[in-house]
Write a protein that binds this ligand. Sequence first.
Ligand code: NIG
Ligand code: FE
Length: 420
Amino acid sequence: GHRLLLENARQAVLVSARGERFLAGDAARELAVLQDASLVVGADGFIKAIGSADAIQKQFSGETFEERIDCSGKCILPGLVDAHTHPVWAGERVHEFAMKLAGASYMDIHQAGGGINFTVERTRQASEEELFCSLQQRLQCMLRAGTTLVECKSGYGLSLKEELKMLRVIERARRELPVGISATYCGAHSVPRGKTALEAADDIINNHLPTLEELGRRGEMHIDNIDVFCEEGVFDLDCTRRILQGGKEMGLQINFHGDELHPMKAAELGAELGARAVSHLEEVSDTGITAMAKAGCSAVLLPTTAYMLRLKQPRARKMLEEGVIVALGSDFNPNAHCFAMPMVMHLACVNLRMSMPEALAAATINAAYALGKSHTHGSLEVGKQGDFIIVNASRWEHLIYQFGCHHELIEYVIVKGKVI
Ligand code: NIG
Ligand code: FE
């Protein structure tokens, strides 16, 4: 028998239908959509068939399914992919929201010992169990808002011991929770107190990375990506290059914060190093954009950050016109407290001037590409993992049009063919 039958959906948004690993330029302007569709997930949790309701009914008549869902009047979409989050931390920073509303900038707060450093202190004090419990709750919120694959960064530990604590929490989540996780080592998220950026970079290269490599070799911890906060007053371009290079040599995918508050030539560096992705890019240069397009280095845009901090919006239109692979992330962290990719897509459309198809491609296939997982995730295609959302609306665009109360609209979240 088969695992799951989704029958008679008003629309099934395939996103890509011809095995594309990403959608850029004109290809992102229109998505593949089937009307009156059904979909079958095999016992292994992967998509077995997708097609018109009539064709699927004929093809599978007399066969058995563990579960069937009548999708009449509803839409099936791929599970959403969140390409950038910082979900492991303790200590609320709601007081900083008040400071920002009163006019303080992100760097004002950072330099006064708030921001990342505040969260580092609280996270160091928290036990592994506490961190796991809050991570679990946060991932559950994300799942309910439709995210089935999420990138999770460390980066509030900074010392080797404390980074390992965070990474173990992420590893446990990866093994125990239903949501898919792409794990990112972000030990260079901030310069720890009492060290210079240069000393911190040396410590990472000489001590952190070899330890992570050893844990990986022993199968104790799986890490996918390496990240650095490349920013004035944090890690400069040279430190960033050395750290990312070290990560690349041990087989990690490069996916880092760049050109956010100041132009740093981070996009150019990403292209040079063969990065999978550079995030933020509010201050990216024109040559950086061209270099990223040429190198197939994706841009992970984070509309929540620009919205929250009232920054310049990243130039999504320019990137799309130049053929950059544009992905989206929530940037969930104590600064941008947003769990919901539908909200992120909404902001991407209104503030970044993306179209709804571009935003959905960015939050599915292109986000999966940014994580190196678009061969298994991010679209409805035979052979891909059975991760879906079922939206209670007759047109899929309601997922982006509506802002707020997403759990009312998203009736089912399904991972590997199982309803969550
Ligand atoms: O992506 N820019 C650096 N990192 C985070 C903020 C983290 C924090 O403020 O705790 C970001 O916005
Ligand atoms: Fe971030």
